[in-house]
Design a protein around this ligand. Structure first.
Ligand code: DAV
Length: 380
């Protein structure tokens, strides 16, 4: 650590301040992992991914990488510094003393794994066995930031055991109908148990002093409570979205675009009692535009709602998927300068433009955007 170097490398408090430095994922070596208790219930019965596993084809990796590189270049042209993770051999058996699993996943969606809050980059616990070691791909970057920036905090959540006790095995039945699934999520009955804290970083949205965290398949209440204790100067708000049969990650469901404005997936509306917290603080929640596609691309875990998985370059400038004509139009009408990015070939590798990135540096400080916040709005 050079004493002369007091440069701030890591700083990001929200989803919309001017972006100056970001990590963009890579598709290299990505695998479809064998099934496991956490992933099974989110692969629909009729999905082309049922029973599939192994490395993805070279052709699909090359196409995804071309779009990831396009995004990286476009951001660089906007004055954003771009770093990339270091893939490891994902197609190998991994094990802890508790379990063994046939392969890893990849290092495409950095947003799932690393949560940046202020000067801190936190490695999420994760909730899939196949993603237990994914942080290793980001370690070279995080170590470098840590060594260059004396105020950077490199943190890691407790690694979960992920034994069978962390999952509801009866959740796996193929006989559960879609209506039954929707009833289950409406009463917050999810595949993960409360055995230990679990969270994926992509279940967290940053609004300055407030962190909004989705309770669902990949993040449990103990995970949300762990985040609240870990960030004692923040208010942490658990939210859930009853219309989503497979609630993993908040960023195709609820997307803040700038202070005061959020788009919400109209099939997964925030319940009224949770909505009132935003509205009484002057935030408008609009229905997001419909996706332009009826189906996700082949071998994709995510839904068509990656249409709303946009990346804000600043509070006026937004990267959105190039074929999502309705979403592009809505953003345009809301007054944003929209940068279209072709990205559907990258979707199967773990998500859209927000997923594919994680913030290192945005200008700005920790602001309080919710002045009308009651004590009961803060998770104990
Ligand atoms: O709608 O499938 C995808 C979120 C990916 N980070 C969905 C959620």
């Amino acid at each position: 650590m050079g004493e002369s170097n007091t440069k701030v490398i890591v700083n990001s408090w929200n989803e919309w301040d001017p972006l100056k430095h970001v990590i963009v994922g890579r598709a290299d070596g990505c695998c479809i992992p064998p099934s496991e208790p956490a992933s099974d219930p989110k692969v629909p019965k009729d999905s082309d991914m049922r029973g599939m596993h192994g490395p993805r084809s070279k052709e699909s990796v090359d196409k995804a990488n071309a779009q990831l590189d396009y995004l990286a270049n476009l951001l660089q042209r906007q004055g954003v510094r771009v770093d990339r993770p270091e893939p490891i051999d994902f197609n190998q058996v991994i094990a802890t003393p508790d379990w063994q699993h046939g392969s890893m996943f990849g290092c495409q969606p950095p947003r799932d794994v690393i949560l940046t809050v202020g000067s801190e980059m936190l490695e999420a616990s994760m909730s899939y066995r196949s993603r237990w070691f994914e942080y290793l791909c980001y370690r070279p970057l995080l170590q470098h930031y840590y060594e260059s920036d004396p105020n950077m905090r490199h943190e890691a959540a407790p690694k979960p055991r992920l034994t069978e006790r962390s999952y509801k095995l009866d959740y796996l039945s193929e006989d559960i109908s879609m209506d039954e699934r929707l009833d289950m999520v409406a009463v917050k009955n999810f595949v993960t148990t409360e055995e230990e804290p679990l969270f994926d970083a992509a279940d967290v949205l940053r609004f300055g002093k407030d962190l909004v965290v989705q309770h669902g398949f990949t993040t449990n209440l103990k995970g949300i409570n762990w985040l609240a204790r870990h960030f004692p100067n923040h208010r942490v708000h658990p939210v859930n979205f009853p219309g989503d049969p497979y609630p993993i990650h908040i960023d195709a469901t609820f997307t803040p675009l700038r202070p005061g404005l959020i788009i919400n997936n109209p099939e997964r509306r925030l319940p009224d009692d949770q909505r009132s917290f935003f509205e009484r603080n002057g935030w408008e929640i609009l229905d997001a535009a419909r996706p332009a596609h009826n189906e996700p691309p082949p071998l994709c875990y995510s839904s068509v709602w990656l249409s709303m998985n946009v990346l804000m370059v600043d509070e006026k400038t937004c990267c959105a998927e190039a074929s999502e004509v309705h979403q592009l139009d809505q953003l345009d009408r809301l007054g944003f300068n929209v940068l279209p990015v072709p990205f559907r070939d990258a979707y199967p590798f773990g998500g859209g433009l927000h997923c594919a990135t994680t913030d290192v540096y945005r200008e700005g400080r920790c602001e309080n955007y919710f002045l009308n916040c009651k004590i009961e709005d803060r998770l104990a």
